[in-house]
Design a protein around this ligand. Structure first.
Ligand SMILES: Nc1ncnc2c1ncn2[C@@H]1O[C@H](COP(=O)(O)OP(=O)(O)O)[C@@H](O)[C@H]1O
Ligand SMILES: [Mg+2]
Length: 308
C-alpha cells in the first residue's frame, strides 16, 4: 500500500472511529480537527484586550508611510461570523488554530529548508471546493497575526474563485494576477495593509485565462521568492484552488515550503483525498486539517487526546 493510500485509508478509518493520531505512521502530520462554527452567531463574549502586535496601526506607523492602501477589517463582524479575531469570540476556535499554527510556525523558520521552497510559504488547499480552504486560511492568518513575533501576508491565490476579500467584506482590488501580467507593478502597489498592523492581504486580482501558466511561471517563482524574503519574520499564507478541478493548485504547490490539505469531516471521500495527495506526491511537507468536525461522535475525546 502506498503512503498516500495509507494516509487516505486512515482518514476513512478516522471518520468511522473519530480518532486521529497526532502523527500518522505514513509520515504525514495530522493537525488538529477544527470544529464547525455554530450556524447562529456565538453569544457575546467579553472582548479580549488586543495583543500589542494586533493593535490598529498608529498614524505614524512605518506601514502607513508607503503608498500602500489600508483597508479596515470589521473585527466584531468577523468574530460574529465565527472567524478568529483579536476581538475575542469562540475560545474553542482560537485554541484550535493556536494548536494548528504551532508546528507550522516551528517549521517556517527551521534550518535546512530547500531554497526554492521556503518554509514560511504555507499553502492551504483541498481536493474540492467548499471544504474550508478560505475559512482555514483566514483563521490561520489571523491567529498568526496575533503573535508578537510574526507578520502575516494572506494571499488569495484561488484566482478562479477568489473569496478572501468578499468573506472579509472588502471590495475587489488589483492583486496577484495583475502583478504577474504587468511587470511595472510592484507588490507595494497592490498590497493591502489592514487595521491589524501585523496583517496584510494580497488579493487575487484581475482574472485571466492564463492563470495556471502564470502561477507556474518563473515570474511567479521570482515574486514568491521576493515575498518570502522581503521581511524575514513574515509568514505568507496562500488560500488556493482545489487540487482536483484544475492544475493551478499543483502549479502553486511547487513554490511552497508547507502545504496544508483541508479535509472536510464526513464529506471528503478517501478517493478524493487520495487523488489530492497524489498530486502533491514528493512534496516534503504535507499536513492535514480535519475541518467541520462538529457532529462526529467522540470528537471531544479526540480533541482531548491531541490537547494532552
Ligand atoms: N469549521 C467551519 N465552521 C463553520 N463553517 C465553516 C467551517 N469551515 C468552512 N466553513 C464554511 O463552509 C463554507 C465553505 O468554506 P470555504 O472556506 O469557502 O471553502 P473553500 O475555500 O474550500 O471553497 C463557507 O461558508 C465557510 O464559512
Ligand atoms: Mg475558497
Amino acid at each position: 500500500m502506498s503512503i498516500i493510500e495509507k494516509a487516505a485509508r486512515r482518514i476513512d478509518l478516522e471518520r468511522g472511529q473519530a480518532s486521529m493520531p497526532a502523527k500518522s505512521d505514513a509520515g504525514i502530520d495530522v493537525l488538529e480537527p477544527v470544529a464547525a462554527a455554530p450556524s447562529l452567531p456565538p453569544p457575546a463574549a467579553p472582548a479580549l484586550p488586543l495583543p500589542e502586535a494586533a493593535q490598529p496601526a498608529p498614524a505614524d506607523s512605518p506601514a502607513l508611510r508607503h503608498n500602500t492602501r489600508i483597508v479596515d477589517l470589521d473585527l466584531a463582524k468577523m468574530r460574529d461570523m465565527g472567524l478568529v479575531t483579536a476581538a475575542g469570540g469562540r475560545t474553542r476556535l482560537l485554541e484550535d488554530f493556536r494548536i494548528i499554527k504551532r508546528p507550522l510556525l516551528k517549521r517556517a523558520f527551521a534550518e535546512g529548508q530547500p531554497k526554492d521552497k521556503p518554509g514560511n510559504l504555507i499553502m492551504l488547499t483541498s481536493s474540492l471546493p467548499g471544504e474550508g480552504k478560505t475559512y482555514c486560511a483566514i483563521n490561520l492568518a489571523m491567529s498568526i497575526a496575533m503573535e508578537l513575533d510574526h507578520t502575516v501576508l494572506l494571499v488569495d491565490a484561488d484566482v478562479a474563485r477568489p473569496s478572501v476579500l468578499r468573506t472579509l467584506g472588502l471590495p475587489a482590488q488589483r492583486g496577484l494576477m495583475d502583478l504577474l501580467v504587468d511587470d511595472k507593478l510592484d507588490v507595494s502597489d497592490v498590497l493591502l495593509r489592514t487595521n491589524v498592523d501585523t496583517l496584510a492581504i494580497l488579493s487575487a486580482g484581475t482574472s485571466t485565462p492564463r492563470a495556471t501558466e502564470l502561477l507556474a511561471s518563473s515570474t511567479m517563482a521570482n515574486l514568491v521568492h521576493e515575498i518570502a524574503n522581503r521581511y524575514p519574520d513574515r509568514i505568507v499564507i496562500f488560500d488556493s484552488p482545489p487540487l482536483l478541478l484544475t492544475s493551478e493548485a499543483r502549479a502553486l504547490a511547487s513554490h511552497m515550503g508547507q502545504i496544508v490539505v483541508v479535509v472536510e469531516a464526513q464529506k471528503t471521500t478517501q478517493h478524493a483525498l487520495g487523488e489530492a495527495l497524489r498530486q502533491l506526491d514528493g512534496h516534503p511537507n504535507v499536513n492535514l486539517i480535519y475541518n467541520k468536525t462538529r457532529d462526529i461522535p467522540g470528537i471531544e475525546e479526540t480533541y482531548d487526546y491531541h490537547y494532552g
